[in-house]
Write a protein that binds this ligand. Structure first.
Ligand SMILES: CCCCC/C=C\C/C=C\C/C=C\CCC(=O)SCCNC(=O)CCNC(=O)[C@H](O)C(C)(C)COP(=O)(O)OP(=O)(O)OC[C@H]1O[C@@H](n2cnc3c(N)ncnc32)[C@H](O)[C@@H]1OP(=O)(O)O
Ligand SMILES: Cc1cc2nc3c(=O)[nH]c(=O)nc-3n(C[C@H](O)[C@H](O)[C@H](O)COP(=O)(O)OP(=O)(O)OC[C@H]3O[C@@H](n4cnc5c(N)ncnc54)[C@H](O)[C@@H]3O)c2cc1C
Length: 671
C-alpha cells in the first residue's frame, strides 16, 4: 500500500518502514483535514512558502536573541499580510492557520491575539455602532488589537478584577482606570509592543454600583507614531518559558475616557442615561473564551502530533542495542517500552483532532442558535470545552514530554524542536482558564446532571449517558474477540466509571453540607474528587468522539484506524484501571486482559507507526526538528545545525581568553 512519503536518498530504515504500510496515507490525511482538496491546498501552501526567500531563516531562531527573533517574525508577518493571497485563500481559517504555521511558526507573532481574540471578541460581543467603525479597520490591519483581561493580581477570578470603567452620564463616556499596582493588566499577548488597541475587561460602575466585568475597546497608542497615548503605560513583561516571539504585556490606564459606544454592547447594554440592561444569558460576555477553548483543541492535537512524528521517525532511524545476541543493533522503535511510550501519543493526537471536529460542529450550532436568540446549547458546550481544554492540554503536555524523553539525549537539544514545542504547548494548561479551575466548571455541570438523572429529567448531549442503565458487571474480555463489541464494552466501562465518580462526588459534597458546612466550603473539601469525575467524563467524551469518527471513516482506512482506536481504548482503560476496579465493575482478571490486549496492539501497529505519523502531513518546516525530518538523514543535519551555534563562530571564545585561559595559566605557574 502506498505511503506517499517515500523518496530516493532517504534513510533506508525509514524507507523500509514506509514500505510496510498497509493503507493509503493520503486517504488518512484527507480524512484528517476534511477532504482531498484541503490536503492538496495545505501542500501547495507548504511548497510555495518553502521556496520563498521572504520566509527563509538563514540562522535558525534557536541561535538568535529574543529581539532578533521578534524582528524576523515581524518581517515574515508583514510578508504574510501583504502577500497572503499568493499562498492561500485568506478568508479560510484553516488555510490561514497552516500558512502562519509554515511561514512564521508556533512561538507567537504580532497578530496572534488580534486574530485569536481581539477580532472574535469584537465580532461576538460588540454592537453595530462600534463594529461598523472598528472591524473594517481591524480586518484591514490599520489597527492591531490585544485582549487584555488578566491582571497582575487576578486572572481566574474575573469577578474581582480591579480595573474600573465608571460611566459618566454628563459626557456619555466611560472613565477607565487602574486603581492599584495589582490591577495592572499583565500577560495579554501582543499587548506589550505590537498592539495599538485592546479590548480591556473592566468592572463596570454606574452611579456607584458595581455591576461586574465587561469589555471595552480602548486605544493605547497613537496610530501615527505608535507612542503610548497620555495616561497609558504599556510594555513587555519580560522573558518567559516560551512564546519568545510574543510580546505578552503590561498595561496601566490613568482615568482614560472612552465614548459610551466603546463598551462591547451586543449582549449587555448601558443606555445614554446610564440604565444597565443585562445580557439574555449571564455569561454571554465570556463567549470569546469558549471560542478559544474550543479552537485550542485543534492546536494542541497538532502539537502532540508534532512530537509523535519526531519521536516515531527518530526511533525508526536510531539503532542502539540488541534484542537478541548475534544480530545487528535494532531500531529503537522495536523496544516494547519505546512503543508503549510513543504509540499512545499517536493515538491521542488523532483522538484530540477528531474530538475537535465534533466540538467545532457543536460550536457552530451554538453560534447559530445565539443569533436566533437561543442560548440553550451554551451551558453544555461551556462545560465540555472547559473539561476538554484541561484534559487535552495536560494530555498533550505529558505526551510531548514522553516523546522528548523517548529521543534520549538528542531530545534534550533544541535541535529536536521538542523543548520549545513543550514550552509553547504547556502554556495551554494555564492560559484561557487554569486547568484545575476549568475542571471545576465541568464538575459543576456534572453535579446538575446527576440531580437531573436521579429525577428522570432530560439530559443534554455530553451527559446523556448518565441516563443509561448500568449492567452492573463489565463485558470486557467476554465478547469472544468481536472487536466492535469489545470497543463498546470498554466505552461502557468508562461511562460507568465517570457516572459513578460523579455520583460519589455529589454524595460527598452533600454529606459535608449535611455536616454543617456551607455549600462553597463543602465544595472546596471535595474538589479533588470533583475534578477527577470531570476528567474521566471528559475522557469518555473523547473516546466516544474518536469511536464515532472511526466507525464512520471510509473503508480503506477503517482497519488501521480501528487498530489505533483499540490501542487508545485499551490504554485509556488500563490508565484508569483503578476507577474500573474500585466498585468491582471490572475484575483484576479483566484488567490483566486489557493489558495483554494493549501489548498486542503495540505489535499490530508497529508496521504502520511511521505511516500513521506521516499521515499527519506536517512538513519539515512545521516540525522544525532535526530529529523528525521526513528524509531521516538525522546525523549529518545534527552536525550542520550545531555548527550554526554562535559559540562556534570562533575557535577560542572571548570569555575563554579573558577568564579561563588566565586562570589555567595562573594555576600552572603556581606549581
Ligand atoms: C483561535 C485559535 C486559538 C488557538 C490557541 C493557540 C495558541 C494561543 C497562543 C497564546 C495564548 C492565547 C490566548 C490566551 C488568552 C487568555 O488567556 S485570555 C484570559 C482567559 N481567562 C480566563 O479564562 C479566566 C478564567 N476564569 C473564568 O472563565 C471564570 O471566571 C470562571 C472561572 C469560569 C468563573 O466565573 P464566575 O463568574 O465566578 O462564574 P461561576 O463559577 O459562579 O459560574 C456562574 C455560571 O456561569 C457559567 N459560566 C462560567 N463561564 C462561562 C462561559 N465562558 N460560558 C458560559 N457559561 C459560563 C458557569 O458554568 C455557571 O453556571 P451555573 O449554571 O450557574 O452553574
Ligand atoms: C502564555 C500565556 C498567554 C496569555 N495570554 C493572555 C491574553 O492574551 N490575555 C489575557 O487576558 N490573559 C492572558 N494570559 C493569562 C492567563 O489567562 C491567566 O494566567 C490564567 O487565566 C490563569 O490565571 P492566574 O494567572 O490568575 O492563575 P491563578 O488563578 O492565580 O492560579 C494559581 C493557582 O491557584 C489555583 N486556583 C485559583 N483559583 C482557584 C479555584 N477557584 N479553585 C481551585 N484552585 C484555584 C490554580 O488552580 C493554580 O494552581 C496568558 C497567560 C499565559 C501563560
Amino acid at each position: 500500500m502506498p505511503n506517499r512519503c517515500i523518496k530516493e536518498g532517504d534513510n533506508p530504515d525509514l524507507t523500509k518502514e514506509r514500505k510496510t504500510c498497509t493503507f493509503d496515507t493520503d486517504e488518512l490525511t484527507a480524512n484528517l483535514y476534511g477532504s482531498r482538496n484541503n490536503m492538496e491546498r495545505r501542500r501547495e501552501i507548504t511548497k510555495k512558502i518553502s521556496a520563498d526567500p521572504d520566509f527563509a531563516d538563514p540562522i535558525p531562531h534557536d541561535f538568535l536573541s529574543r529581539e532578533k527573533c521578534i524582528e524576523a517574525t515581524a518581517k515574515k508577518t508583514k510578508a504574510v499580510v501583504q502577500r497572503g493571497s499568493e499562498f492561500c485563500d485568506v478568508t479560510n481559517y484553516y488555510e490561514m492557520l497552516h500558512l502562519i504555521n509554515e511561514a512564521i511558526g508556533i512561538g507567537g507573532y504580532p497578530l496572534a491575539l488580534h486574530y485569536g481574540m481581539f477580532l472574535p471578541a469584537l465580532e461576538g460581543q460588540a454592537e453595530k455602532e462600534l463594529t461598523d467603525d472598528i472591524i473594517p479597520r481591524a480586518k484591514n490591519l490599520e489597527v492591531i488589537g490585544a485582549y487584555a483581561q488578566t491582571e497582575m493580581g487576578h486572572g481566574t477570578n474575573l469577578r474581582e478584577l480591579e480595573t474600573t470603567a465608571t460611566y459618566d452620564k454628563a459626557t456619555q463616556e466611560f472613565i477607565i482606570n487602574t486603581p492599584t499596582r495589582s490591577a495592572m493588566k499583565w500577560w495579554p499577548g501582543n499587548l506589550g509592543k505590537m498592539s495599538n488597541y485592546a479590548v480591556v475587561t473592566c468592572q463596570l460602575f454606574i452611579d456607584g454600583r458595581k455591576i461586574g466585568p465587561h469589555n471595552f475597546l480602548v486605544q493605547l497608542r497613537c496610530e501615527k507614531t505608535h507612542e503610548p497615548l497620555p495616561g497609558i503605560i504599556v510594555g513587555d513583561i519580560g522573558p518567559k518559558m516560551a512564546f519568545d516571539t510574543n510580546d505578552n504585556g503590561f498595561l496601566a490606564l490613568d482615568n482614560i475616557r472612552v465614548p459610551r459606544k466603546n463598551m462591547l454592547m451586543k449582549h449587555a447594554k448601558v443606555s445614554p442615561d446610564g440604565v444597565y440592561t443585562p445580557p439574555m444569558h449571564a455569561k454571554l460576555n465570556y463567549g470569546t473564551m469558549v471560542y478559544v477553548r474550543a479552537h485550542m483543541l485543534y492546536a494542541h492535537g497538532q502539537f502532540l502530533a508534532t512530537a509523535a512524528i519526531v519521536a516515531t521517525r527518530y526511533s525508526a532511524v536510531r539503532r542502539q542495542g540488541r534484542i537478541e545476541h548475534g544480530v545487528p543493533e535494532v531500531q529503537i522503535l522495536d523496544y516494547q517500552t519505546q512503543q508503549h511510550r510513543i504509540f499512545p501519543q499517536i493515538a491521542r493526537a488523532y483522538a484530540i483532532i477528531f474530538t475537535y471536529m465534533d466540538i467545532k460542529d457543536q460550536y457552530d450550532a451554538m453560534i447559530k442558535g445565539i443569533a436566533e436568540g437561543q442560548t440553550d446549547l451554551l451551558p453544555d458546550l461551556h462545560a465540555i470545552t472547559s473539561g476538554l481544554k484541561s484534559v487535552v492540554t495536560h494530555m498533550a503536555g505529558l505526551g510531548i514530554e514522553q516523546c522528548r524523553m523517548a529521543c534520549g539525549g538528542h531530545g534534550y537539544s533544541d535541535a529536536s524542536g521538542l523543548p520549545k514545542l513543550y514550552g509553547v504547548q504547556i502554556g495551554g494548561c494555564t492560559y484561557e482558564g487554569e486547568n484545575m479551575v476549568m475542571l471545576q466548571q465541568t464538575a459543576r455541570y456534572l453535579m446538575k446532571a446527576v440531580a437531573s438523572a436521579l429525577q428522570g429529567k432530560p439530559l443534554s448531549h455530553s451527559v446523556a449517558y448518565f441516563g443509561k442503565k448500568s449492567s452492573g458487571k463489565s463485558r470486557i474480555g467476554k465478547e469472544g474477540g468481536d472487536i466492535a463489541r469489545e470497543h463498546e464494552a470498554m466505552l461502557e466501562a468508562l461511562e460507568h466509571a465517570a457516572c459513578r465518580l460523579s455520583v460519589e462526588a455529589s454524595q460527598m459534597w452533600e454529606k459535608r453540607g449535611r455536616g454543617g458546612e456551607t455549600k462553597e466550603r463543602a465544595w472546596n473539601g471535595v474538589t479533588v474528587e470533583m475534578n477527577r469525575a470531570a476528567r474521566v467524563h471528559t475522557r469518555v467524551f473523547m473516546a466516544r468522539s474518536f469511536h464515532r469518527r472511526v466507525t464512520s471513516s471510509p473503508p480503506s482506512i477503517r482497519p488501521v484506524l480501528t487498530d489505533l482506536l483499540s490501542l487508545y481504548l485499551h490504554y485509556e482503560c488500563v490508565d484508569m484501571a483503578h476507577h474500573l476496579l474500585e466498585d468491582g465493575f471490572c475484575s483484576g482478571e479483566q484488567i490483566r486482559y486489557l493489558k495483554s490486549r494493549l501489548y498486542e496492539d503495540l505489535t499490530t501497529l508497529r508496521p504502520n507507526a511511521v505511516s500513521l505519523v506521516d499521515s499527519f502531513d506536517q512538513s519539515d518546516r512545521e516540525l522544525n526538528s532535526v530529529l523528525g525530518r521526513r528524509d531521516g538523514n538525522v546525523y549529518e543535519a545534527l552536525y550542520q545545525w550545531a555548527r550554526k551555534s554562535e559559540l562556534n563562530y570562533t575557535d577560542v571564545l572571548p570569555a575563554v581568553q579573558k577568564y579561563v585561559m588566565p586562570m589555567m595559566e595562573e594555576n600552572r605557574s603556581k606549581l
